[in-house]
Every structure is written in structure tokens, then in C-alpha cells.
Design a protein around this ligand. Structure first.
Ligand SMILES: CC(C)(COP(=O)(O)OP(=O)(O)OC[C@H]1O[C@@H](n2cnc3c(N)ncnc32)[C@H](O)[C@@H]1OP(=O)(O)O)[C@@H](O)C(=O)NCCC(=O)NCCS
Length: 169
């Protein structure tokens, strides 16, 4: 069972190792430390057996870029390959979405158009495509095309848990 909590400085090695195991280029330690210290951002980790098994962050853009508005964006959720399909990514995403929706009605997310795992996971929160392009803000996409998606905060009385949530972590 994994527990999701805000990340701390001591989690940085586990975060970097998660990225390496996933074949992702790890963020610079200084950039991660800055994200941890930024009150406009949330960095979360999923911990299991004392080990970081996944992590995710948000990013706040204070100005628009074409169709991509200013606002809070989900960013870079990654789960160790050995821990996938156990709802860890969903738990990391739920925590970040609730944090964003506590601050603003719209959550934004950009993703490579061919990343079916990420698109499939995020679809449970009702993300809808707003635009597609080769770049949104500073994010570019291998293969050339990315999607910009938006999920609106659920109204009062509507479920805030993902539609696929059938079992506990
Ligand atoms: C995307 C990622 C974070 C998903 O993490 P995860 O913990 O395996 O996902 P979950 O177990 O929470 O999946 C929840 C649901 O999402 C969908 N999903 C997850 N992985 C999927 C895949 N590979 N293919 C299709 N659907 C998938 C399924 O509906 C799944 O529910 P199910 O297992 O009952 O079918 C993980 O695959 C990953 O780290 N990928 C590499 C990094 C990356 O691409 N991050 C996204 C950048 S935008």
C-alpha cells in the first residue's frame, strides 16, 4: 500500500531514482528544491516500504502562451515501473487535483499525444482537450504533438474521486 504526502528535501534521491528507472531525464536537484520551496506549487511523493515509488508536481504559469492560459498545471507524474497499475499514479494525481481545485476551478495538463497511459489515467477526472500543438509554454513533445487539456472542479455533490477508483491503494 502506498501513502501519498507532500515531498520533502529528503525525498530528492528517491524522486531522481524514480525518474532514472522510468527512463526520464531527472530534473536538476536545484530545480526540484526550488519547486519544493515554492508556495505556488505542490510536489507529492508516494511512499511504500520507506521508499519513494512515485512522485508528481504542479506548475503555476503566471502568463498565457497562445491557447495555454495562466494557471495551475499538473506536471510530470512518474511511477516506478515495478509499481505501475496499482493506482499510485491516480493517487498522486488526485492529491494534486484537489490542491489545485482548492485554489481555482480549472486544472490544466499537457501531455504527449501518444502517451496513452497518461491520457488514460487522467481521463477519469474528465479532462477535455482544449488544443494540440508542438509546444505549450516551455514543454515540447517527442514526435511533435502535445495535447492541452482542462478539468473543471466537480460541482457540489459530484464525486471527486476518479471514475476507475474501485479498490483502495
Ligand atoms: C502514467 C503513469 C504515471 C501511470 O501510473 P500508474 O500508477 O501505473 O497508473 P494507475 O495504476 O494509477 O492507473 C489508473 C488507471 O489509468 C489507466 N492507465 C494507467 N496506465 C495505463 C496504460 N499503460 N495503458 C492504458 N491505461 C492506463 C487505467 O485506466 C488505470 O486503471 P486500471 O489499472 O484499473 O486499468 C505511469 O505509467 C508512468 O509513470 N509513466 C511514465 C511517465 C509518464 O509518462 N508520466 C506522464 C507524463 S504527462
Amino acid at each position: 500500500m502506498a501513502t501519498v504526502r507532500p515531498a520533502e528535501q529528503g525525498d530528492l534521491p528517491g524522486i531522481l531514482d524514480t525518474d532514472r528507472q522510468s527512463g526520464r531525464i531527472p530534473l536538476a536537484t536545484a530545480a526540484l528544491a526550488a519547486a519544493l520551496a515554492d508556495p505556488n506549487r505542490l510536489v507529492v511523493v508516494a511512499e511504500s516500504g520507506g521508499e519513494v515509488v512515485g512522485w508528481g508536481k504542479t506548475h503555476y504559469w503566471d502568463c498565457p502562451d497562445g491557447p495555454a492560459p495562466a494557471g495551475h498545471y499538473l506536471g510530470g507524474v512518474t511511477v516506478r515501473p515495478s509499481q505501475r497499475r496499482q493506482r499510485v499514479g491516480a493517487a498522486l494525481t488526485a492529491a494534486r487535483l484537489h490542491w489545485i481545485w482548492d485554489r481555482t476551478p480549472d486544472a490544466w495538463y499537457v501531455v504527449n499525444a501518444v502517451n496513452t497511459a497518461s491520457i488514460g489515467m487522467h481521463s477519469a477526472w474528465g479532462f477535455v482537450e482544449v488544443a494540440r500543438a508542438g509546444q505549450f509554454h516551455t514543454t515540447t513533445f517527442d514526435g511533435g504533438t502535445g495535447l492541452l487539456l482542462r478539468a473543471h472542479r466537480p460541482g457540489r455533490g459530484l464525486a471527486q474521486e476518479p471514475a476507475f477508483r474501485r479498490r483502495a491503494l
